[in-house]
Write a new protein. Structure first.
Length: 85
């Protein structure tokens, strides 16, 4: 199969991807991207039920008024990030 990239922006992204991954060719970079995407898709599939449960729990918390006000969100997220570091 032959793939021709006509969009200069896509060509630049492919060149950047090749540099980042150390790929020797566009085909090698595409293979890396496909492997990565397949791994992500598998992970999402395997964790689908847990993700849905967490979203459902969050929506229920919001319905009960347990959400974080928008003006406090940045401070709350910074605190969580500091705790995990």
């Amino acid at each position: 199969m032959h793939i021709e990239i006509l969009d200069p922006a896509v060509e630049a992204r492919m060149q950047k991807q090749m540099a980042v991954t150390g790929a020797a060719s566009a085909g090698e970079a595409l293979l890396h991207l496909l492997d990565t995407q397949e791994e992500q898709d598998r992970w999402l599939h395997d964790h689908r039920d847990a993700i849905r449960m967490k979203i459902r729990r969050g929506l229920e918390q919001l319905d009960r008024g347990e959400g974080i006000p928008e003006d406090e969100l940045d401070r709350y997220l910074a605190k969580l990030k500091a705790r995990s570091a």
